[in-house]
Design a binder for this molecule. Structure first.
Ligand SMILES: *Cc1c(COP(=O)(O)O)cnc(C)c1O
Length: 428
């Protein structure tokens, strides 16, 4: 199947679904209802759907708590003391890491702050951070408050690489040039791996190598990348990264985050960090003595004891990812989003009403497409919603739609296009 074979017919979409080796995963999720009908859910970039298995995973831990109370920490095969280890194989596969390089803990914004304690170590000469212009607000606030914490002025210390005039996405060459040009003053590159607004995937490997050439660490916020695109954090040499579990990783609103710390930092006790007892060597943790000795790898960045109920929900979803497999998901995702692009071009781009600001090269995007609405704006979006399409609206005039390969179908994409065509006829 190539993109040139796509057809704008329900028959074609149905045939694609019949051929889809992942089609049975759809029935493992709860779909929300809009106006009494099951929604066309294209909002996994914001909040992934609930796996039906969540209740069972959660119940198991509630039962353990009910029956064992404090003994649950050390008794039984699910002993909470070791619970963090369960999510490691799946997380390592999802971000392309060794198991000791990843751990689930805290929330995303907290984790990036903790990681910057270790990896943003400015001096009087080298204190600047390179990031992408138009970053997600939490990331802007993180960087702003980090540089202020170290006594620098955000307007001077934060370098934002922007798209060129008339363009929507940022050129890799411009990011690399910014690193090169500012090398004497740089302390860190910290940016998104996949831009939340445009859906652009950055060349994380090239950016990491450029950062290392000028002697600084490179970290990525993978909120929109984890579970969406294949990642190879270890091989790319990325120093650190963090992500959330409630977007493509379907683990529930506000649920636990994950971090990656490259193996080269695994036993570097020279790195400053904010410690807590759960990052302390577990063999001697319960001696309750002074003197912080971090665990090897990402585990050494943990602070508090594991959030067992959060991890139970997370595990339900990670087990589904393990079964589906990142490569199979990616293969379907390229076709599914390719089909979406094909249909949007037919019904909205050809007549000049819509513009797709997400790169059209599949290597430079995940499943999300961001549509700039030239006419009709919010009316178009509201009409889509009234007809059962859950996407999202980003001020001032962008609609984001993200068909996820795990639970969306080609028929969803076809039905969306029909509704979009109708919305545009009505309002654009
Ligand atoms: C969703 C998202 C966040 C959210 O951060 P939380 O700490 O989970 O609230 C942060 N950064 C980016 C880039 C995001 O897309």
């Amino acid at each position: 199947m190539t993109t040139t074979d796509f057809e704008y017919t329900e028959d074609f979409a149905q045939r694609m679904d019949d051929l889809d080796p992942l089609q049975h995963f759809r029935s493992m999720f709860h779909f929300p209802y809009v106006n009494g009908k099951e929604a066309i859910y294209f909002c996994g970039n914001s909040l992934g759907l609930q796996p039906k298995s969540v209740r069972e995973y959660l119940d198991r831990e509630l039962k353990n708590w009910e029956l064992m109370a404090v003994d649950g920490h050390f008794h039984g095969e699910d002993a909470w003391y070791h619970v963090r280890k369960k999510s490691k194989p799946a997380l390592a596969e999802i971000v392309g890491a060794h198991e000791h390089e990843v751990v689930a803990m805290n929330n995303l914004s907290s984790n990036l702050h903790f990681l910057m304690v270790s990896f943003y170590r400015p001096t009087k000469e080298r204190y600047k951070i390179i990031t992408e212009a138009g970053a997600f607000p939490s990331d802007m606030y993180m960087l702003e408050t980090q540089v202020k914490f170290h006594g620098f002025d955000p307007a001077d210390a934060i370098i934002e690489v922007a798209p060129r005039p008339g363009e929507y996405t940022i050129r890799t060459e411009d990011i690399l040039a910014a690193i090169e040009d500012n090398q004497d003053e740089l302390a860190l590159v910290m940016m998104a791996g996949l831009q939340y607004y445009t859906g652009q995937v950055f060349d994380m490997e090239a950016i990491t190598k450029a950062g290392h050439r000028v002697g600084i660490p490179v970290g990525f916020d993978l909120a929109h990348a984890a579970g969406n695109i294949p990642l190879q954090l270890h091989d790319w040499g990325v120093d650190f990264a963090a992500w959330c579990s409630y977007k493509y990783l379907n683990s529930g609103p506000g649920n636990i985050s994950g971090i990656f710390v490259h193996e080269r930092h695994a036993d570097n006790t020279e790195l400053p960090r904010f410690g807590g007892w759960w990052g302390h060597d577990e063999a001697i943790r319960f001696k309750m003595e002074k003197g912080f000795e971090p665990m090897y790898g990402a585990d050494g960045w943990q602070l508090a004891n594991s959030n067992v109920l959060s991890l139970a929900v997370h595990q339900a979803s990670l087990d589904i990812f393990k079964d589906a497999g990142i490569e199979r998901l990616r293969t379907k995702s390229e076709l599914l989003t390719g089909y979406l692009e094909f249909l949007i071009r037919k019904v909205g781009v050809a007549n000049g009403v819509l513009e797709i600001i997400t790169p059209n090269n599949p290597k430079e995007r995940g499943c999300q497409l961001s549509l700039l609405v030239h006419k009709g704006g919010k009316l178009v979006f509201d009409h889509l919603y009234a007809n059962g399409v859950v996407g999202d609206w980003r001020h001032p005039n962008v609609i984001r739609v993200a068909p996820t390969p795990l639970y969306n179908s080609f028929t969803d994409v076809f039905r969306f296009a029909k509704i979009l065509e109708h919305s545009l006829q009505k309002f654009a």
